[in-house]
Design a binder for this molecule. Structure first.
Ligand SMILES: *Cc1c(COP(=O)(O)O)cnc(C)c1O
Length: 447
């Protein structure tokens, strides 16, 4: 560096660190961000001999800090109308579940302590009896997610043997969960039967043999094979499995327990129809925390408990607390599970809220109108079936829909919307009432 080197006039890291807006970020992160920005400016100056002004450097440093702050895990507003949105954290928890998490998180708990006898207890003992009762099953086990539940079942009951699955059910569920891969990881061999669109009971019957560990039925959550199709019923599969003294395992996916919803399988019905083990997610239609549940016969759950994988897949106290509270809500048929409140929201109420938003946005210079449309349950449930709703279509004379959506994502509390057909689409079904003012504010800040 010569005496006249322009890089000399770049601000010092220390000086910038004192001037930026840290906005809650730890000092070490602020220093690192400022260093990154100064180093990049130095590199550019070496090539172009153009040195940013102090004000420009400060702005760049603040941008970098804002970028790092935005990358942290934080709440967003879901205005997409997709109720179980995997990218947005799936099911919001009920107040009861949140309270249960806070209670065990704040201090110690009887997680693995038998308070009555003062000895070591079982972390599954608190939620299991209620969960089994809810599912109409003898026993139940909780793991980290449903992928883990299926993996554990295949490893504990299927390793070294064959698991029979229909070719129509060799599904991939968003994010690398592929039934054939899970089976391969578990040490079980996949025995495919039938074709993509048609698998008859007789196909399973022919495939069952001495090598069979169990029959696996998988709910094809996120797609439907339509047209010329056949699938064997749970009852048929249970009859075939039980005649050959092997179990039937049913991965129902979504964990519907309290009411009917189109052709989503009900957990209790799967058990009644003869599935020996039923697996489902805690955070889809069940409306609880991320978790995987295996419910069914006690003598089949027992080897799962003893399997070494369980130690790696077990849920923590916060998951168990939230799941336990959600189970209680379902047993009480309380309408407090947010996913179900959203599914059951009154169409009039949504229309009223939509009209309020239209008025608000018109006042802020947008062209907005309330139009009929559809919300979706999401999370791989009910593909192609919407819930009638009132949408708000938003346009602006000077802002393209994509620019509006980007602006909403950059808001203090980011707002996720759909962009469709030349407009921003807001569905208030998935927006909590207390968030409406933040939605208004996010739109207003763009004009
Ligand atoms: C969603 C789903 C899974 C995966 O569940 P996670 O809880 O996300 O691990 C597995 N099987 C089916 C049928 C599903 O719908």
């Amino acid at each position: 560096m010569t005496a006249r080197d322009p890089r000399r006039s770049l601000p010092q890291v220390d000086a910038l660190v004192r001037e930026v807006a840290p906005d809650g970020l730890p000092h070490a992160v602020v220093v690192d961000a400022v260093r990154t920005v100064v180093a990049a400016a130095r590199k550019r100056a070496r090539r172009s001999h153009a040195v940013p002004s102090h004000t420009e450097m400060l702005a760049m440093a603040n941008d970098e800090l804002a970028r790092r702050r935005r990358a942290l895990l934080r709440p967003v507003i879901n205005a997409t109308g997709v109720i179980i949105h995997t990218n947005l954290g799936r099911a919001p928890l009920s107040e009861r579940a949140i309270q249960a998490v806070a209670d065990v998180a704040r201090g110690y708990s009887n997680l693995e302590w038998d308070a009555e006898h003062g000895r070591r207890g079982d972390r599954f003992a608190h939620v299991e009896p209620l969960l089994a009762m809810l599912c109409g099953a003898e026993a139940a086990l909780v793991v980290n997610n449903n992928a883990a539940a299926v993996l554990l079942v295949c490893a504990a009951l299927g390793a070294g043997k064959e698991v029979i699955v229909s070719r129509g059910e060799l599904i991939e569920i968003g994010g690398e969960f592929r039934i054939p891969d899970v089976l391969a990881q578990s040490g079980a061999t996949l025995r495919e039967v039938g074709t993509t669109n048609r698998t008859r009971a007789a196909d399973y019957e022919k495939a069952v043999g001495n090598e069979t560990a169990f029959l696996l039925k998988v709910h094809p959550s996120n797609y439907r094979v339509v047209g010329f199709t056949t699938a064997a019923s749970t009852e048929d599969l249970a009859r075939i499995a039980h005649a050959r003294k092997v179990p039937l395992v049913f991965d129902v996916g979504s964990g519907l327990v309290t009411r009917e919803l189109a052709d989503e399988p009900l957990v209790q019905r799967a058990v009644d129809d003869g599935a020996d083990l039923v697996c489902f997610s805690g955070d889809k239609l069940f409306g609880g925390p991320q978790a995987g549940v295996v419910a069914g016969k006690a003598d089949l759950i027992a080897p799962l408990r003893k399997h070494p994988l369980l130690r790696a897949l077990r849920p923590d106290k916060m998951q168990l607390a939230a799941l336990g509270a959600t189970v209680v809500e379902h047993l009480e048929r309380a309408e407090e599970v947010p996913v179900w409140r959203m599914i059951a929201a009154s169409p009039d109420d949504i229309a009223k809220r939509a009209k309020r938003l239209v008025r608000e946005l018109a006042g802020a210079g947008y062209e907005a109108e309330a139009v009929p449309g559809e919300s979706v349950t999401g999370g791989g449930s009910l593909p192609g079936e919407g819930i009638p709703t009132t949408l708000v279509r938003v346009r602006h004379a000077a802002l393209k829909p994509k620019a509006i959506a980007a602006g909403l994502r950059a808001a203090e509390v980011p707002v996720a919307v759909r962009v469709d057909d030349g407009a921003v689409i807001v569905d208030l079904r998935t927006v909590f009432t207390h968030q409406e003012k933040d939605v208004h504010q996010a739109f207003r800040s763009l004009t």
